[in-house]
Ligand binder design. Sequence first.
Ligand code: OAD
Length: 276
Amino acid sequence: MRMSIEFSTRVARAWDGARACENAQMRAAPLVLPASLVTALRAARSVAVLTGAGVSAESGVPTFRDAQQGLWAQFDPRELATPSAFARNPKRVWDWYAMRRDMVARVAPNPAHFALAELERRVPDFLLATQNVDGLHRRAGSVRVVELHGNITRVRCSAEGTVVAQWREPADALPPRCPACGAYLRPDVVWFEEMLPADALAAAEDAARRCDVLLVAGTSAEVYPAAALPELAQRAGALVVEVNPNETPLSADAGHVLRGPAGVVLPALVAAAFPG
Ligand code: OAD
């Protein structure tokens, strides 16, 4: 299992804007929920969920790799989401995350987030592992959540790692500093080349190994180690279900693929499995 966040070759190509937009299915396809899937979800004692940026798309939070509006189509992650980028230009990185933090504060959870919170209430053993840093799952009422890539609403000391609740923007062109040691503050997110929080990853892997059903929603399934969770679940015998309007590297191996926006598919699936 790879521990630090890695780019795949496909991601590198996406930076160059080479990938075509494949959103046609998002507009057209009628939603079909296979009876065997509905039955399996209803019968499951243990459900795990892996979410990505697509689950927050209908809240107005941009994804990363969608060809036109994705953040990595407009910004180079090597300049914004790596420790070396922060070392080179801390203020630029700080400001970019501050802009996204403000944006996240202005949006609200969507029906996909609420459906997953409802699913948690219906299943005895449940874990939601998210790559999203926006905190929208908790705001929708999810409790058993692990944030694999941190949380953009928090800020921590870049030297000691201590979370800092309050800070003031300095007048000079530098990020604010840690009140304890004076090092720059940084967003409490995981950057490329950094390790994921070990306890969050371990909890997600445990859940993947023991679940009966793994729902994988709104992720391009390209960024490791999160992208390894479906295979882990499948090898342990789970039914893996992808919810995504577009094809991903997972699509060919998933037990079921539900093509459509998470805000439509997930409420329909949860309502079908747990009516009333
Ligand atoms: P991506 O931007 O890579 O993928 C988003 C996925 O959501 C794509 O497969 C879309 O087809 C799908 N999608 C778009 N709209 C959707 C909708 N309404 N409903 C369901 N799916 C939809 O985002 P992630 O897979 O989350 O890491 O990216 C993983 C990590 O790469 C992120 O956590 C971030 C990024 O670089 C860091 O910043 C370290």
